[in-house]
Design a protein around this ligand. Structure first.
Ligand code: ATP
Ligand code: MG
Length: 394
């Protein structure tokens, strides 16, 4: 297979070459390069110690120096560079593996999760592929490196990762790896929220996220202790949703009927993520937004993108005819129809000058807003003044 390796990776590798220390591009960056995709991040492995790496490059961040990872800032990109590791068994079953430096590239690759992530590349030495990663890549197979059940026991995140890669790449999980992943699902209950969230986000934003509704992954939520009520008949077009995290998460929560607050806590969602999903969730439970006035009331309290995203979900996933709602939204925004007090043509000061002082000012604003929500063309100073004059005096 031919790889298109990013230039930055080649430049960083040549720094190691000049210093006479072994280094390779590894993991996801090799996989993506072989797939003809631009890798999201650059991973390198080297015989150099973290201190040596820091001495070789001008701009470094000790991201995980204890585990041997240094981030090198290079031009407009960055690379995670990790010292070769090997594992040392201990007698303590609860801490079976200690990481020690001083391994070889082969040992380093053998610690990686799947064959397609366990390849290394170097401009002169070519591809190092001890586990048949290229063959699996060509066959579209996800296969654990080594004994699958053991590898999943070592780190249960790999269970989620195998489904995540299957969603992203559309690959099949090799039968032994698949059986072990299913049997080991209970182990995922001990994973940290951040790690679960990151893998699920990538799974949901992949090309085949409907995988999320298969029995294996439904079991994941049970292992975490969450009850749900899946709207199975509505999942068919999930794959067609735009791959925006909020859209996919919002639709997922809607279909799964999972408790957002509790799941958000367990998965360590940021407040912003939680709010955005909650907004979408609220909109999806509302009746259809064909009424323009109702739409403007929503615009007054929720961001435009939430309305747009909810319409995408209604159109694509729920197969609703949203043409009128979409036209209304476009018109309200294009003609700047008023839906907030601050959109009123008559400002607070002007109302006060007209004698609306104290609470009367706020009341007048609410009356005006209610009026222009129905009659946006009335939002001129003159028309609003006329409207106020016509009010019965209380
Ligand atoms: P992405 O495209 O999402 O970055 P990735 O495979 O590059 O996917 P990273 O988290 O960047 O994932 O990890 C880089 C590499 O480190 C992987 O390709 C794999 O070789 C190894 N790796 C990552 N997580 C694990 C794990 N839990 N167990 C074993 N190896 C792992
Ligand atoms: Mg990566």
């Amino acid at each position: 297979m031919k790889a298109s390796i990013p230039l930055a990776a080649q430049e960083i590798l040549s720094v190691f070459d000049h210093a006479g220390v072994e280094a390779w591009l590894v993991g996801g960056s090799v996989r993506d390069s072989l797939l003809g995709k631009k890798p999201d991040d650059l991973d390198l492995a080297t015989a150099a110690s973290p201190q040596q790496i820091q001495a070789l490059f001008a701009h470094t961040i000790p991201t995980g120096a204890r585990y041997g990872t240094i981030t090198v800032l290079w031009k407009d990109t960055h690379a995670e560079i990790t010292t070769f590791r090997k594992e040392q068994g201990t007698d303590d079953a609860r801490h079976p593996q200690a990481v020690v430096f001083g391994g070889t590239i082969e040992e380093d690759l053998s610690r990686r999760d799947f064959t397609l992530n366990a390849m290394a590349w170097h401009p002169q030495r070519g591809i190092l592929d001890p586990f048949g990663g290229q063959q699996d890549l060509q066959a579209g197979l996800l296969r654990a490196v080594g004994e699958p059940a053991l590898r999943f026991q070592e780190d249960a995140l790999r269970i989620l990762r195998v489904y995540r890669f299957s969603s992203q790449l559309g690959f099949t999980i090799e039968p032994n790896t698949y059986a072990a992943a299913r049997q080991s699902m209970a182990l995922t209950a001990f994973l940290s929220g951040e790690r679960i969230q990151a893998e699920w986000r990538k799974l949901l934003c992949g090309q085949h996220p409907a995988l999320a509704f298969t029995p294996d992954l439904l079991q994941f939520w049970r292992e975490l202790g969450f009850a749900f009520h899946l709207l199975a008949e509505k999942t068919a077009r999930f794959d067609e949703l735009p791959p925006t995290p909020t859209v996919r998460w919002g639709a997922f929560f809607y279909l799964m009927g999972l408790p957002l607050e509790e799941v958000g806590k367990r998965l360590h969602f940021s407040n912003q993520t939680k709010r955005e999903i909650a907004d979408l969730f609220r909109l999806l439970r509302e009746p259809f937004l064909a009424d323009k006035k109702a739409l403007k009331k929503w615009l007054a309290v929720l961001p435009v993108h939430s309305l747009e995203q909810s319409l995408q979900i209604r159109t694509i996933l729920l197969q609703e005819n949203t043409a009128i709602a979409r036209e209304n939204l476009t018109a309200v925004l294009a003609y700047q129809e008023p839906y907030l007090v601050r959109h009123l043509a008559l400002k607070g000061k002007e109302l006060m000058a007209l004698g609306f002082v104290g609470p009367a000012c706020g009341e007048a604003q609410q009356l005006l807003l209610a009026h222009v929500l129905s009659f946006p063309e009335e939002n001129t100073k003159e028309r609003l003044k006329a409207f106020l004059r016509a009010l019965p005096l209380s």
